[in-house]
Design a protein around this ligand. Structure first.
Ligand code: SF4
Length: 442
C-alpha cells in the first residue's frame, strides 16, 4: 500500500529509521542479480520508499569521482520490539494496482514504469542480500494486482518460501491487503513478525473523497482479526508452549497527513481509537508529498507538512507514554496542534491553574504532565524521594530539562521561574528567540 514519505531531522529515536543504500555497481559486479531483476528492483524499491510505516525516506547522492553513490530507497533500518536496530530490504511485490487512490503514485491511472516480482524472486533476493550481510529482514508491501486475494496469496507465498524452504527466521514485516480472505491473513500472520494495514485517512469522508475504493470497515476488519488472533495466540501459548506465534511483533498502521483537510483533532482521535480498539504497536504519520494533481489534493507545489508530522509524533508519544487523552491534546476550539510549542507545553500553557507543582509531593502521573520531565526523570524523582527531599540542583542530574520545567514547578516550596507563573508570560518566555541574521559586509 502506498503512503507519502517524509521525515524530518531530529525526530525521536524510535521514530527515526534510517535508509542505507543499495550500491548498484557493486551489486552488478558481484553478480547478485540479473539486469531484469535489477531494473525491477529499481522500480519496486523506489515505489516502496513512500511507505514510512517501517522506515523513512533517505537521500540521493551522486558522486562521479569516488565511492558513495546512493539511492534513497532499498534498505532501511528499523527497531525491533526488543530494541535492536535491524536493516530490512524494503520493496513492493508489485506496483500494478487496480485501485485509484488519489494521493498514490502507484494508482491505476498514473502512467509510470510498472513491474512485478514473482514470490520466488523476492525470496531469492532476500536470501542473497541476507547472505551478503546487507539486511537482516524484509519489509514487503504491494499494490493490489488483479484482486486482494491474488495479491495476499502471493505475499503469503514469499513468506512460505522464505520460512519453509530457506528456513529464514529473520524479521519480516508485511502489508495486509484490505479485503483479502481472513484465512489468507491468518496463514500469513503465522509466518510474519509484524503486519500492517494502512488506514491512510482518519475519517470515512476523506477516504470517500481520496480513496473511493476503500472504506473504514474494510480496513478495520483485518486489524480486528489480527488483534483477536494475537490475543488468542498469547493465551494459548501460556498453556501450550509449542503453539506457533501469530504476528509476534504486533501490528501497525499509517496515516497520511496533509492530503485531505482533516484536522489534527481528527487524526489524533483516530489514533486513540486505533490504540484502544486494536492495541496497535505504532501509528505512523506521513507528511503528504504531492505526487498527483487533483481537485481534492493540495497543489503540486505544496511542501510536505513536516512540522505538522513532527508535532503529531509528539502527540502520539503523549497518548502512548504519558496517559494523555486525545481531547486534552487538541479540542474543538483548537483542532490543530500548536506549531510553536510541543503538545505537552501547549497543554500546560492552557492549564496553568494546575501549576506550579511541588516536585517533592506531586504524584507520578502529575510529574509526567510537567514540561521538561520525561518518563525516566519522573521515575528517578519518585525513587529519589524515598531517600529524602529533592533540591532544585538535583533535578538537572535526574534529566529534567529545567529551562522548560522551571515555570511549572516548585522545589522545597521555592519557585525558580523568575516570572509569575501566568500563561501569557510563560508563553513569551518559552517562545524561541529568532536567530539574528548575519549581515554581509560586502
Ligand atoms: S491501493 Fe491505493 S494506496 Fe495502495 S498501491 Fe493501490 S492506489 Fe496506491
Amino acid at each position: 500500500m502506498w503512503d507519502s514519505h517524509a521525515k524530518k531531522k531530529g525526530a525521536t529515536r524510535l521514530y527515526r529509521t534510517y535508509v542505507c543504500f543499495i550500491h548498484y555497481p557493486v551489486l552488478e559486479l558481484i553478480g547478485v542479480m540479473s539486469m531484469g531483476t535489477l531494473e525491477k528492483l529499481a522500480v519496486l524499491a523506489d515505489g516502496a520508499k513512500y511507505d514510512v510505516s517501517c522506515a523513512s525516506s533517505g537521500v540521493n547522492k551522486h558522486n562521479r569521482d569516488g565511492i558513495g553513490n546512493s539511492k534513497s530507497f532499498g534498505i532501511c533500518h528499523t527497531w525491533s520490539a526488543d530494541g535492536r536496530c535491524v536493516s530490512l530490504l524494503k520493496i513492493l511485490l508489485t506496483n500494478y494496482c487496480i485501485y485509484n487512490c488519489n494521493y498514490c503514485v502507484n494508482r491505476n491511472q498514473n502512467d509510470i514504469p510498472r513491474a512485478s516480482f514473482t514470490p520466488r524472486e523476492v525470496a531469492d533476493l532476500t536470501i542473497q542480500f541476507y547472505r551478503r550481510n546487507y539486511i537482516e529482514g524484509l519489509f514487503l508491501s504491494s499494490g493490489i494486482e488483479r484482486s486482494p486475494n491474488h495479491t495476499m496469496e502471493r505475499i503469503y507465498q514469499v513468506l512460505d518460501i522464505l520460512r519453509h524452504e530457506y528456513h529464514f527466521y529473520g524479521y519480516i514485516h508485511v502489508k495486509v491487503i484490505p479485503g483479502a480472505d481472513p484465512a489468507l491473513v491468518n496463514k500469513t500472520g503465522l509466518l510474519a513478525d509484524r503486519m500492517s494495514i494502512n488506514i491512510e485517512q482518519p475519517t470515512e469522508q476523506s477516504l470517500k473523497l481520496l480513496a473511493p475504493q476503500k472504506t473504514l470497515p474494510v480496513l478495520f476488519a483485518p486489524m480486528n482479526q489480527i488483534h483477536h488472533q494475537m490475543t488468542q495466540n498469547a493465551s494459548e501459548r501460556k498453556i501450550f508452549r509449542h503453539v506457533q506465534k501469530f504476528v509476534p511483533a504486533g501490528q501497525s498502521t499509517q496515516m497520511i497527513v496533509g492530503a485531505s483537510k482533516d484536522s489534527d483533532l481528527s487524526i489524533i482521535k483516530a489514533t486513540e481509537t486505533l490504540y484502544n480498539r486494536f492495541q496497535l504497536k505504532r501509528v505512523y504519520y506521513s507528511a503528504y508529498v504531492p505526487v498527483n494533481e487533483g481537485p481534492n489534493l493540495p497543489a503540486l507545489s505544496t511542501s510536505p507538512p513536516l512540522l505538522r508530522e513532527h508535532r503529531l509524533y509528539q502527540a502520539d508519544w503523549l497518548l502512548r507514554f504519558y496517559s494523555f487523552k486525545a481531547d486534552e491534546i487538541v479540542n474543538e476550539q483548537s483542532p490543530f496542534l500548536d506549531t510553536d510549542f510541543d503538545p505537552k507545553i501547549s497543554w500546560a500553557l492552557r492549564n496553568m491553574q494546575l501549576f506550579p507543582l511541588e516536585i517533592n509531593q506531586a504524584s507520578y502521573e502529575e510529574l509526567l504532565r510537567i514540561p521538561g520531565v520525561g518518563v525516566t526523570s519522573a521515575q528517578r524523582i519518585i525513587r529519589q524521594r524515598r531517600l529524602g527531599n529533592i533540591s532544585y540542583n538535583h533535578l538537572k542530574k535526574m534529566g529534567v530539562v529545567l529551562k522548560r520545567a522551571k515555570y511549572f514547578i516548585t522545589c522545597q516550596g521555592c519557585y525558580y521561574g523568575g516570572i509569575p507563573a501566568e500563561s501569557a508570560l510563560v508563553r513569551q518566555a518559552l517562545t524561541p528567540v529568532a536567530k539574528p541574521v548575519q549581515l554581509c559586509l560586502f
